[in-house]
Design a protein around this ligand. Structure first.
Ligand SMILES: [Zn+2]
Ligand SMILES: [Zn+2]
Length: 451
């Protein structure tokens, strides 16, 4: 099959299907895709198209945006982003996904599919699950958002895992754009000191979200099939037992970063239990994501805050160390242990310093981050380590700054919060330039809602 199609700006954010028949005895499929112009005249950003492959039973692979322009798949091997496996006879489909079409030029793509029935001479790559850590209750530091060559990153899965080890992380999560094909290799690289966790980044035209703790392909297209809304897509993720996290909601959107800004008006935050408020290095858009998160807490939603490096390759040497990790108090260093703790908000986000926040109500009920206290006088205890002199510790109550302390490298602080002062509080540690160093998940005051 060979198709050439010229797109108009009306095709922006559409999914364009191309079905083809695969006869019995086919051993390999090769797809070539290209489009022109890559950059429209006078535009600062590239046109951006992806294509996805579906076999007769479901999703099979994707070439996400700036990644390669071909897919080869057979029973043993496949291009990264696509799953190897038996080539079923029947109707297969390529969906061309138009993420960003910029004027003035018409954009033309060509798609060609070639089938082969030659006997295979290659062999499958078998990934064996690595050793899993056997560590019990404690604080664990790790990443919930990272990419590999299976989508648009410049590095391969082992490079990500090596980077995580070099930074002494306890866990690392691979979340490629709309594909899970790197996860088996990722899981083969775990050992006693590093837990590998799985997920995917639902990379839609109107926002990104992480599906965490799953090895399943999750559908991100909300305008066809049996998923009609993003809350329905999220519910499917949640019903599978995975965690759903709205990613970088206030990142720049169209055209600078098409789809990166969270635009789902029916999901602010809707049924999302978590929001990534710290994406990569601390930026203005992270500040805006954090303030959005605070406004959602003020509406009564009891959401969890997460961080993610969103790393796509080796960062420049002068940037290393400013992205945030999730520091999680888990019953054990297992995938279920980490995600159970994150769902409960038992974590803080930190680019380095230790920030331990606990509280006690007048009747003696103790809380850690994520917990709920009764409406009583509350005493808050904060312990900071490995900060810098001149850093600023801020108590945030219902989104507003209540108390500020200038601190040295470490210290312990006790604050009183009289009955009726607020509905939730948290603690931020910022440097002298007001950039975030660490921020805790909130402690809530009042009748608990189910998480
Ligand atoms: Zn994203
Ligand atoms: Zn990402």
């Amino acid at each position: 099959m060979k198709v050439e199609r010229t797109l108009s700006l009306n095709d922006n954010r559409k999914h364009l299907p191309h079905a083809f028949e695969v006869p019995e005895g086919t051993t390999r499929i090769h797809i070539e895709f290209d489009y022109n112009p890559p950059v429209s005249q006078g535009q600062p950003y590239r046109n951006q198209l992806s294509f996805s492959l579906f076999d007769p039973e479901g999703p099979r692979g994707v070439q996400y945006c700036i990644n390669g322009k071909s897919i080869t798949v057979d029973a043993n091997q496949a291009t990264p982003g696509t799953r190897p496996g038996v080539i079923q006879a029947g109707t297969w489909t390529v969906l061309v996904d138009a993420y960003r079409l910029l004027p003035p030029d018409p954009i033309t793509y060509t798609l060609s599919v070639s089938l082969s029935s030659d006997p295979l001479t290659n062999t499958p790559t078998v990934w064996t699950q690595g050793t899993k850590p056997s560590k019990g209750i404690g604080w664990y530091r790790g990443d919930l958002h990272a990419h590999s060559i299976h989508s648009d990153a410049s590095w391969d899965v082992p490079d990500l895992v090596r980077f995580a080890r070099d930074h002494q992380l306890d866990f690392v999560t691979l979340t490629d754009h709309n594909t899970i094909t790197g996860l088996a290799q990722h899981d083969s690289l775990s050992d006693e000191n590093l837990l590998t966790m799985g997920g995917m980044e639902l990379t839609t035209y109107y926002g990104h979200a992480l599906t965490l703790g799953t090895r399943q392909w999750m559908e991100w297209r909300t305008d066809d099939g049996d998923i009609l809304t993003m809350p329905q897509a999220a519910q499917r993720v949640l019903d599978s037992g995975a965690l759903f996290v709205i990613a970088h909601p206030m990142a720049p959107g169209d055209p600078e970063c098409s789809g990166c800004h969270w635009e789902y008006t029916d999901m602010r935050p809707g049924n999302s239990p978590a929001v990534e408020v710290w994406n990569g290095y601390w930026t203005d858009y992270n500040e805006n994501s954090l303030q959005l998160y605070y406004s959602w807490l003020n509406e009564g939603h009891r959401l969890v805050a997460t961080a993610g490096s969103d790393i796509h390759g080796q960062p420049p040497a002068d940037e290393v160390g400013r992205g945030a990790a999730n520091v999680v108090y888990a019953n054990e260093l297992t995938e279920s242990g980490i995600f159970e703790a994150i769902k409960q908000g038992h974590s803080y986000l930190s680019a380095g310093p230790e920030l331990l926040v606990t509280a006690r109500s007048a009747s003696g009920i103790e809380a850690m981050v994520g917990d709920v206290l009764p409406i009583e006088d509350i005493t808050i205890f904060v312990k900071v380590n490995k900060a810098d002199a001149g850093d600023v510790l801020r108590l945030i109550v219902d989104g507003s700054v209540r108390t500020i302390e200038l601190i040295t490298e470490s210290g312990e602080f006790t604050w009183d919060l009289p009955t009726g002062t607020g509905h939730w509080f948290t603690v931020e540690l910022r440097d002298a330039a007001n950039d975030m160093w660490a921020v805790a998940n909130p402690i809530f005051i009042g009748i608990p809602e189910p998480h």
